[in-house]
Design a protein around this ligand. Structure first.
Ligand SMILES: [Zn+2]
Length: 362
């Protein structure tokens, strides 16, 4: 199967979801149970998605004229994907705000890929992009299933996924990575004894899994900056702002200062240097290393992050192999920078010094 691969990414990492639940009042505990059941179901779907052809081609002439085609479905708190179609490409806004937010933010993300990188939809062939809103009851997460995007309504701990542009760009980018790198980036089978749920068969692991996560964060951050017209100094480099209830924190992650709990959430364990890296690290923690390398390179070059640093990252990440390491990412981004801008150019130097600062290379 050409794109047989299951991305394992929820917007809210398992560790954060567990922490929120452990802090929750007894009255909220039943919702955690609902979340685990729903998550288990989504993980099952991920396996199913991998056995089907992803993104059926559009029929006839229409396919060649459209750069992408969005469809938003309403699950009405159910869990049987995809749900009832409520808004199709070009359709007018509907009464449901969540459906409109997802339609709009998916469009902004797809426009970013088209206008900045010349990419036509997730597969670069103008594919349909399916999203389902109102998944389950009080489901506090969003996810790329391997075939489509799914959004829950959330609860009193975490909510607001359809309105979070960077989260939608993050999830959609897991789909882009799936299509860019045959065999996926960092996707590994999970041994039965290590499965969080019995249905869980694949997960993102190791440095390559962290690179997969990081690329989604990098694009999520760039799309947010692009839409707001922010340069690298104006941007706050937070991902998933306003999702968490104020008592838990302000954002899911920071590219500017990974693991700074004053900027993110109360037990954020992300880090930004290989000094803190250990084998077997959670990919949402170790992704701070390549995230921060991107941030530093963008700061060195100034201006808009997507113009040079983003272009280098996009071209380089497409060249990574499924088991790529941080050193591979450093090597390929430096190579692309030197090919595009010249050996010893300020772009080449900026990328090199960024990877040195996070101690991936010396
Ligand atoms: Zn992710």
């Amino acid at each position: 199967m050409k794109h047989a691969y299951r991305c394992a990414c929820f917007a809210v990492p398992a560790k954060l979801a567990r922490k929120l639940a452990s802090r929750a009042q007894a009255s909220e505990q039943h919702q955690l149970h609902g979340h685990i059941e729903a998550a288990a179901r989504l993980r099952t779907l991920r396996g199913v998605a991998s056995t089907r052809a992803t993104h059926p081609a559009l029929p006839g002439a229409q396919a060649s004229e459209l750069n992408y085609q969005r469809v938003v479905f309403d699950l009405a708190q159910g869990v049987d994907l995809p749900g009832h179609p409520v808004r199709d490409e070009g359709g007018k806004p509907v009464p449901d705000a969540a459906a409109n937010h997802v339609y709009d933010n998916t469009g902004i993300t797809l426009d970013f890929y088209l206008k900045v990188f010349g990419r036509r939809s997730i597969d670069n062939c103008g594919s349909r992009v399916e999203s389902s809103v109102h998944f389950g009851q009080n489901f506090g997460n969003a996810m790329w299933t391997g075939k489509s995007m799914v959004y829950g309504d959330g609860d009193q701990n975490v909510s607001g996924f359809p309105a979070a542009l960077d989260i939608i760009a993050h999830e959609l980018t897991h789909g882009v990575t799936q299509h860019m790198i045959k065999g996926g980036l960092g996707v590994v089978p999970v041994a039965p004894k290590d499965r969080e749920f019995k249905e869980q068969t694949h997960d993102l692991r190791g440095q390559s899994g962290a690179l997969n996560e990081s690329f989604s964060d990098v694009v999520g951050s760039m799309v947010k900056q692009w839409h707001a017209g922010q340069d690298v100094t104006k941007a706050n480099w937070l991902l998933g702002e306003h999702l968490l209830a104020a008592r838990h924190g302000r954002a899911i992650r920071s590219l500017k200062d990974p693991g700074n709990r004053a900027l993110t959430w109360y037990e954020d364990e992300q880090y930004k240097s290989m000094d803190d890296y250990a084998d077997g690290a959670d990919v949402h923690d170790s992704s701070g290393v390549p995230n921060h390398a991107f941030y530093l390179a963008a700061q060195h070059l100034g201006g808009f992050s997507w113009e040079k640093t983003g272009a280098i990252w996009y071209e380089a990440f497409a060249k990574l192999t499924p088991a790529a390491t941080f050193k591979d990412a450093a090597r390929v981004t430096r190579q692309v920078a030197s090919q595009r801008f010249g050996v010893g150019s300020k772009e080449h130097k900026a990328v090199t010094s960024a990877w040195q600062a996070v101690k991936v290379i010396t």
